[in-house]
Ligand binder design. Structure first.
Ligand code: SF4
Ligand code: SF4
Length: 192
């Protein structure tokens, strides 16, 4: 459902498109608003701003609107939009950049449970080398404190053998190396 935009509560930030460019390498000013990204997005129907609107808002410097939107947290990173864009605007990357900027700039995620999911999933892969679903679910429940949500689904998955009760550590060392390389690169980038 789209929200009406009022000038009273939005202060344009003229450097915002540049910040997105710095974080993602994507120039949102290439967008000419054809709407192909929004037309192909499988989750646009639940977003507060469809992808084309969000890109336009980024161009206009509407930082508050973009960084506090549900859209950036609902994006499933399927890259349909990116593939469809005639201007090669990597919209999926912009969504990720907006999440990173939002967290760095102190915005409370519009959908806290999605961020909790990201954190639980990354911590899981870092520790076990690949996703250990049962452990990830426990970690997510502890973070969100929604202990009974999706209980039936969990039981069904267990019955069908889709949830491994114990992790394998295959790939754990390699994953740890990847994570520490990324952390190092981030530290270097922040210090420059
Ligand atoms: S598909 Fe590309 S050019 Fe068209 S609205 Fe989306 S971002 Fe803009
Ligand atoms: S990457 Fe995100 S914004 Fe783009 S089509 Fe997929 S869900 Fe929609």
């Amino acid at each position: 459902m789209n929200r009406a935009v009022t000038t009273e509560r939005i202060t344009p930030n003229s450097g915002f498109a540049k910040a997105i460019l710095g974080e993602s390498g994507v120039d949102v000013n290439l967008c000419y608003q054809c709407g192909k990204c929004a037309a192909g997005c499988p989750v646009a129907y639940v977003m507060d701003y469809p992808p084309a609107q969000l890109i336009h808002a980024a161009r206009l410097g509407l930082e508050d609107l973009v960084l506090s939107s549900k859209t950036i947290w609902l994006c499933a990173a399927c890259e349909t939009c990116t593939t469809r864009c005639p201007q090669d605007v990597d919209i999926a990357k912009v969504m990720d950049a907006a999440k990173i900027l939002g967290v760095a700039r102190g915005y409370r995620p519009a959908l806290g449970e999605v961020r909790a999911f990201h954190k639980a999933a990354l911590a899981n892969v870092r520790r076990f080398g690949r996703m250990w679903e049962a452990g990830m679910i426990v970690s997510l429940k502890l973070r969100t404190r929604r202990f009974t949500k999706d209980l039936d689904l969990g039981k069904r998955m267990l019955r069908k053998g889709k949830l491994r009760l114990f992790p394998t550590l295959r790939g754990a060392r390699r994953a740890a190396r990847v994570f520490s390389r990324v952390e190092k690169a981030e530290e270097e980038r922040e210090s420059t």
